[in-house]
Design a protein around this ligand. Structure first.
Ligand code: G3P
Ligand code: MG
Length: 249
């Protein structure tokens, strides 16, 4: 059995892009809101600016989430304060987000976004930010749709916890996870099945699903052994006694 470095287990509910139902997605406000809602885990997306600064942002362009437009790669860190991320927020840098996670005592699922021009650069930049933080080994798990970036991160940080992220896992997902010693499999809800949960759990792999805001729809999978849910609105789960107990928070 390969060694699969994992984080501590603070609960099963992960706030997607922070508490993105009540605050601008991927903002510091969304991370704080998640903490107030009672979850320990936040998921956020890491993208690169043109000067290589890692920031918390989902898309390759500014268009959908800000009052500016154009490719993220066209701006540098010095321009962040002129861009509105919604409700007076700014696009956070990865350093700011990690500092807030530390301050709040939270756990993070850091998703490296595989925007084309960032491929081959992201893992090294993320590893540098994580290596500066001794607490990250226990409280940050990194995922990505880019297996190349995850392989690169594994090589740079052998002890770091990794989640392989798929829309629909390919048939050879167990080999892929073994190769990168991933501790978890993150799967889009549409492609979740009880047989996949069984297979993951047999291999002692954590399995979580995204993005799900309907506790009723996920209940059969919870009962089948699902490890966690990534949701825009944790209260949909935490306001229910049975789900709250399951969540471990
Ligand atoms: O990490 C799970 C989920 O966030 C992946 O999809 O597009 O919401 O980043 P997306
Ligand atoms: Mg994401």
């Amino acid at each position: 059995m390969p060694d699969r470095p994992n984080v501590a287990d603070p609960g099963r509910i992960i706030a997607h892009r922070g508490a993105s139902h009540v605050a601008p997605e991927n903002s510091l406000k969304a991370i704080r809101a998640a903490a107030r809602q009672g979850v320990w885990w936040v998921e956020f997306d890491v993208s690169l600016l043109g000067d290589g600064t890692p920031v918390i942002h989902h898309d390759a362009t500014l268009d959908r989430c800000t009052d500016a437009s154009g490719p993220l790669l066209d701006i540098t860190a010095s321009e962040l304060d002129r861009i509105d991320y919604g409700r007076g927020e700014q696009i956070p840098t990865l350093d700011q987000a990690l500092d807030l996670v530390e301050e709040l005592g939270m756990f993070a699922n850091l998703e490296m976004k595989p925007h084309l021009q960032s491929l081959g650069r992201m893992a090294e930049i993320v590893a540098k930010a994580l290596e500066q933080r001794h607490w990250a080994r226990q409280r940050v798990q990194t995922s990505s749709f880019s297996l190349g970036e995850l392989d690169a991160l594994r090589a740079l940080m052998p002890g770091h916890s990794i989640a392989a992220l798929f829309t629909q896992p390919p048939e050879n997902w167990p080999e892929i996870l073994d190769r990168m010693q991933a501790a978890a499999l993150h799967v889009q809800f549409r492609h979740l099945s009880t047989s996949l949960i069984d297979a993951a759990r047999r291999r002692q792999i954590d399995i979580r699903t995204y993005t799900i805001n309907d506790p009723g729809a996920v209940q059969p999978f919870r009962d089948a052994g699902l490890t966690g849910v990534i949701t825009d609105h944790p209260p949909y789960f935490l306001d229910d006694h049975e789900w709250k107990r399951w969540s471990g928070t």
